[in-house]
Design a protein around this ligand. Structure first.
Ligand SMILES: NC(=O)c1ccc[n+]([C@@H]2O[C@H](COP(=O)([O-])OP(=O)(O)OC[C@H]3O[C@@H](n4cnc5c(N)ncnc54)[C@H](O)[C@@H]3O)[C@@H](O)[C@H]2O)c1
Length: 254
């Protein structure tokens, strides 16, 4: 039976990690990194084809169709997973707009996918995570820590992800580990989609602006976020709890 490293030197059973939004970008990179470390990865995504593509590359991995913004869908998905050690709440969507530009239906959609999802998914898997003294890592954003122009709904949603992380850390200090990561702009299909939707024809200019937003002068990479997830899942991070870790090329230091 395959083993993974733990706080003891004793071999243990393979541990299971579920990554929402695992079919693309940051989630996909997290799935790949955790599979390298011997986790049995469940690639959970609304886009089943994408989830199957990622899972198909990884030994022992499986795909799971779920709409994290639907309580029923999450409940049904959770019923299919017998045990869980690591939960990565990563699935999320963006929206460009000031408060004046944001329609109520769009605000509600962002909150459902980025915020209600963390509630539904975490609550559904809570008994299994408690049984395993598991670890939860929420993918928030710098948008949850600082204001970003024309990102009213997105900032609101990611602020809630940071707040939920801290509340869960206070609620379950000995039973779980709960942390979140706040990335700056990461070069994923999320960013490519944003440029294509809002800035078609001016890709080079917008890429340069996005690079400049990070003081280091470039976008981050999904595998860099995945590396931080790897650390947070490891025994080295046993004292990490309730943290909101920025990985943003210096954006929020400015
Ligand atoms: N890329 C960035 O610059 C950046 C920066 C900070 C934070 N984030 C956050 O990181 C997370 C991942 O972003 P990414 O850049 O990898 O995006 P992405 O668009 O590349 O991937 C998101 C994945 O989530 C899935 N998804 C969307 N809605 C879903 C739903 N309702 N149910 C289940 N799955 C759903 C998509 O199918 C996709 O596979 C998001 O929460 C995003 O807000 C991204």
């Amino acid at each position: 039976m395959a083993t993974v490293s733990t706080t003891t030197s004793q071999p243990t059973q393979v541990r299971t990690a579920l990554v929402t939004g695992g079919g693309s970008g940051i989630g996909e990179a997290i799935c790949r990194k955790l599979a390298e470390d011997g986790y049995r990865v469940i690639v959970a995504d609304l886009d089943l084809t994408a989830a199957e593509r990622v899972a198909g590359d990884l030994p022992g991995a499986s795909s799971l169709h779920v709409d994290v913004g639907s309580e029923d869908s999450v409940t049904q998905a959770a019923d299919r997973v017998p045990k869980l050690n690591i939960l990565i709440n990563n699935a999320g969507i963006g929206l460009v707009g000031s408060i004046a530009e944001t329609e109520a239906t769009d605000f509600e959609r962002i909150m459902r996918v980025n915020v209600n999802s963390v509630f539904y998914v975490t609550r559904s898997f809570l008994p299994k995570l408690l049984a395993a003294r598991g670890s939860i890592i929420n993918i928030a954003s710098v948008a949850g820590l600082v204001g970003i122009k024309r990102r009213f709904a997105y900032c609101a949603s990611k602020g809630a992800v940071v707040a939920m992380t801290r509340q869960l850390a206070v609620e379950y200090p000995r039973e779980l580990r709960v942390n979140c990561i706040c990335p700056g702009t990461i070069d994923s299909p999320f960013v490519a989609g944003y440029i294509a939707k809002y800035h078609a024809g001016e890709e080079v200019k917008i890429r340069a602006e996005l690079n400049d937003r990070q003081p280091v002068g470039r976008l981050g990479r999904p595998d860099e976020v995945a590396g931080l997830v790897r650390y947070l899942c490891s025994p080295d991070a046993d004292f990490m709890h309730g943290a909101a870790l920025t990985m943003d090329g210096g954006w929020t230091a400015a």
